[in-house]
Ligand binder design. Sequence first.
Ligand code: MG
Length: 163
Amino acid sequence: MRVGIGYDVHAFGPGDHVVLGGETIQHTQGVLAHSDGDVLLHALCDALLGAMGLGDIGQHFPDSDPRWKGADSRQFLRHCAQLMQKHGWRVVNADLTLIAEFPRIGAHRATMQSHIAHDLGCGSDRINVKATTSERLGAIGRGEGLAAQAIVLLAHASGSHGH
Ligand code: MG
C-alpha cells in the first residue's frame, strides 16, 4: 500500500463558472488557470502521482505547454489512471476536501464522486468529496480564490507492500 497527498489553489478571476471535480458550476466568477483550474482534480492527481512516486502534476502537464491551455482536468486524471494501470496500482480510497467560501458544492458532490470513480476505474464508494469554508479568514476566507486537499491510498496488484 502507498499513500499520497495533494494540494492545489487557484485565484478567482473573470468568468461565469468554475469547474470542480469535473463538474461545471455556474458562479459569478471564474478561476485564473492555464487549464480549466479544477482544484479538486489537480489536488487528486498530485496525490495519485505522489503515492506512485512519480513526481507531480506540473512535471506531467507543464503549464508552459500550449496543449494544456484550457484543458479538461479529467484528461490529467485519466492520465494518472493509465499510469496506475501500467504500474499495477488500484485505488483503495481517495478523500478530497474543497476549501472555499463559495460556490457551495453540496448538490454536485455525488456527480463529482461518480466522475472521479469513472476516470479511476473504481467504485464511487471509494471516493469521498467534501467541503469546508475558511471561516472568512485569510485569502480563501476573503473569497479571493479556492483550494483543495486530497489524500489517496493505493494498493498494488501484486499484494506486496511498497511496489
Ligand atoms: Mg492547479
